[in-house]
Design a binder for this molecule. Structure first.
Ligand SMILES: [Zn+2]
Ligand SMILES: [Zn+2]
Length: 459
């Protein structure tokens, strides 16, 4: 066993920011790190429908870095198609992933049903990628692992999860296999986070698999003030309009509420009602409040949406009533890239009216409605129909939960000693290439941007 080489196979999340999947093999043991779904442009999403890149039955264990679909979204397919081992993740990731996977399965089922009724599917009959029952079976496989406590994965493999400061529960994963060690950054947060405990300094490892979402970008200097958002709210309310904030339910909603309620309290924006209109966001807020009580957050429970101005929107009826607000308000809804969820029907009604304002709060993947809005399209397709875009569109980069290029390199530099090799993944090609160049300049190590499906040996 001691002489068995450890090999990484970059199965997904290569050449794009979504679909993260890396296989670690040693001897007969096969560990999958992340089991992500492709999102965004159709040519990538199409890959979700292809046979899983390795036989699911051949995988012994899965480690999931965090709850985003691009890291855990294909677990229901993996389990349905034969995987029967444990899925390791932090307890918070396990809780949030359960919320995310149920919602994802529900949307797949609903889309298939709508496509069947509308007759616009390319599948005949239209099928969901997976069902709610598939998601439930995947959720049952989660086995929580605490931060910094080594987990024995069998076959001489061991994993240690470290805080990544990206979203609640997010982790970098150190995999040790005999003498070999490989550190998966997972998605990394900025140096500090407005509500989460900051990312930890990384442990020593000879090989690093590094994300590069913002590998060619520099975030504006710490914009904790969110002046652009405050400005947009003031302007919109002044002209009698309402603000629609598209927020990623499981991570951005707590930040947005924390920020907006602080702005209301300090008088920076008028005191208008704030509606949280996303069942998934409400479920996630519960998890964040428990995490706050457990010391996992740096703010108290009260600042996570427990505020007199904040109202939770219980059902679809109340949600529809918000379409035509009689007086200015702020609606915080999901999904963050405006590709699904209740935000869609709000967009349909609010986009054609120039009094309103749509705020996007994070990375918008190519091919999504959010990306199109940021790029200034004049019409956007919503539920099969084109809708004119007259409302103001604002992107608040200050809500980013991803490290920028300098922050990614800083994280590498914080390792006790430089790694021998860095593989740059999880980025659009330009971002990955730019980050690779930056890492070469900063560290004395070999740097690669792997090809999809590439196999590399680690030591
Ligand atoms: Zn993420
Ligand atoms: Zn990601």
């Amino acid at each position: 066993m001691g002489d068995d080489p450890t090999v990484l196979t970059l199965l997904g999340g290569v050449g794009t920011v979504t679909g993260s999947k890396t296989l670690v093999t040693r001897g007969g043991r096969r560990l999958l790190v992340d089991c992500g779904m492709y999102q965004g442009a159709r040519e990538w999403r199409r890959l979700n429908w292809e046979p899983f890149p390795v036989p699911p039955r051949s995988v012994d264990e899965v480690v999931v870095t965090h709850c985003h679909l691009d890291h855990c979204g294909m677990l229901p397919v993996l389990v349905r198609d034969g995987f029967d081992g444990p899925v390791r993740a932090t307890p918070w990731t396990a809780e949030l992933a359960a919320i995310v996977l149920r919602d994802s399965a529900h949307l797949h089922e609903r889309d298939a049903e709508q496509a069947r009724a509308g007759g616009w599917s390319r599948h005949d009959p239209p099928l969901p990628l997976y069902t709610v029952a598939d998601a439930e079976r995947a959720i049952e496989r989660f086995g929580p692992v605490a931060y910094d406590v080594p987990a024995d994965l069998g076959g001489g493999l061991e994993a240690v999860l470290g805080r990544a400061g990206h979203v609640l529960g997010s982790a970098s994963v150190l995999v040790r296999a005999g003498d070999a060690s490989v550190l998966f950054s997972g998605d990394l947060g900025r140096r500090t986070h407005p509500v989460l405990r900051a990312r930890a300094a990384p442990p020593a490892a000879r090989t690093v698999v590094l994300e590069s979402t913002y590998g060619d970008r520099t975030h504006p200097a710490a914009d904790d003030a969110h002046e652009e958002l405050a400005d947009a709210v003031r302007r919109t309310v002044d002209r009698g309009g309402s603000v629609l904030v598209a927020a990623f339910a499981v991570d951005r909603t707590p930040l947005v509420l924390h920020t907006l309620t602080a702005m209301i309290d300090s008088g920076r924006v008028p005191r208008v009602p704030v509606y949280v209109d996303s069942p998934m966001a409400l479920r996630a807020l519960d998890v964040y409040r428990r995490a706050a009580a457990d010391g996992e957050l740096t703010v108290d429970v009260a600042s996570i949406g427990r505020h007199p101005a904040v109202h939770e929107v219980p059902g679809p009826e109340e949600s529809r009533e918000l379409n035509d607000p009689l007086r200015p308000c702020i609606v915080v809804s999901a999904s963050g890239m405006a590709s699904g969820g209740r935000v869609v029907h709000h967009l349909e009604r609010m986009l054609p009216d120039r009094r309103h304002c749509v705020v996007l709060t994070g990375f918008q993947a190519p091919g999504t409605r959010g990306r199109a809005l940021v790029e200034g399209v004049r019409e956007v397709k919503v539920r099969g129909r084109y809708v004119r875009v007259r409302a103001e569109v604002v992107q608040d980069e200050g809500f980013s939960v991803h490290a920028d290029a300098a922050e990614l390199v800083d994280w590498l530099r914080a390792m006790p000693e430089p790694p021998r090799t860095v593989h740059v993944v999880h980025g659009e090609p330009a971002a990955a290439a730019a980050l690779a160049e930056r890492v070469r300049d900063a560290l004395d190590c070999a740097v690669s941007v792997p090809r999809p499906g590439e196999r590399v040996r680690v030591d």
